[in-house]
Design a protein around this ligand. Structure first.
Ligand code: DGL
Length: 299
């Protein structure tokens, strides 16, 4: 069995493109429809009620476009609203980014001390601690908001002294707590992986929620027999080919990338450069969905 419908992926903005990138790496034939609510980002400082409402609106836009699965590629929505979305969406499987990242950390921390960094709303929700402790109650979870990381990424300040100092400012305290795993609990953060790793040292393993979420989506697609159909004649992509390692991979090499759709609620001036930073390639096309259209989905 197979399913040629696209996978729906949404985020408050463009950060979820790091999840999209992992999907193209692990499942190069899959098409996605990405929705970034760039007109209303950031969600991280908003109330829980608003985050739930926005999350359901984003999800409904994608459901109306006939997706076969929904990936909530936003830690803020996943932390605050995943239960709400699961209760309200019965048509397709819904997965968030919190549980896959929490599972990976819970099974990797020998020191039984895990750090989590994310937006204020993600940290306030305690969602990662709850998820980790439901698997391993003896693990101590230390969470810290790092609100300056998102604007640094969006300004393209990746390998830069300001970024290094900011990372040190937030994370030296985490290192002193004796953690051996650090969850990157915001979809923008994988872009800062190298500077974070060099700041915290190699003794601390970084857990990239984007990667583990894509792995979970792959697993579900296989279990449901819902993968994109294999070519009748061998094409550009050999389905038996092993996924490329992150460093060697370009999304443009994935068959699904050019056939995917990218929707945003506002085409902001620095939109394209931010997308390119997060995805590692320019978007093949961009479509606009207005805030009014989003609001119609769930007033
Ligand atoms: N992408 C969001 C997240 O993963 C960060 C941006 C926001 O605050 O909306 O939490």
């Amino acid at each position: 069995m197979s399913d040629s419908r696209p996978i729906g992926v949404f985020d408050s903005g463009l950060g979820g493109l790091t999840v999209a990138k992992e999907i193209f790496r692990l499942m190069p034939r899959e098409r996605i429809i990405y929705l970034g609510d760039t007109a209303r980002v950031p969600y991280g400082g908003k109330s829980e009620e608003t985050i739930r409402r926005f999350g359901l609106q984003d999800a409904r836009v994608l459901l109306d476009l006939n997706v076969k699965m929904l990936i909530v590629a936003c830690n803020t929505v996943s932390s605050v609203a995943i239960d709400y979305l699961e209760r309200n969406i019965k048509e397709v499987p819904v997965i968030g980014v919190v549980l896959p990242g929490a599972r990976a950390a819970a099974t990797r921390s020998a020191a039984k001390r895990v750090g989590v960094i994310g937006t204020a709303a993600t940290v306030r929700s305690g969602a990662y601690a709850k998820a980790i402790n439901s698997i391993a109650p003896d693990i101590k979870v230390y969470a810290k908001p790092c609100p300056l990381f998102v604007p640094l990424v969006e300004e393209g300040l990746i390998d830069n002294d300001i970024t290094r100092l900011t990372v040190q400012h937030y994370l030296y305290e985490m290192v002193d707590l004796g953690i051996d795993c650090l969850i990157l609990g915001c979809t923008h953060y994988p872009i800062l992986m190298e500077v974070i790793q060099s700041t915290v040292g190699n003794r601390i393993q970084l857990v990239d929620s984007a990667l583990w979420t894509a792995k979970e989506a792959h697993h579900i697609m296989k279990a449901l027999g819902a993968e994109y159909p294999a070519p009748i004649t061998p094409g550009l992509t050999d389905p038996k080919e092993q996924p490329k390692k992150a460093g060697q991979f370009s999304v443009e090499a994935s068959e699904g990338f050019a056939a995917s759709r990218f929707l945003v609620s506002d085409v902001t001036p620095n939109f394209e450069s931010v997308a390119e930073t997060l995805l590692g390639a320019g978007l093949p096309s961009i479509e606009k969905v207005s805030v009014e259209e989003l609001e119609e989905k769930e007033p």
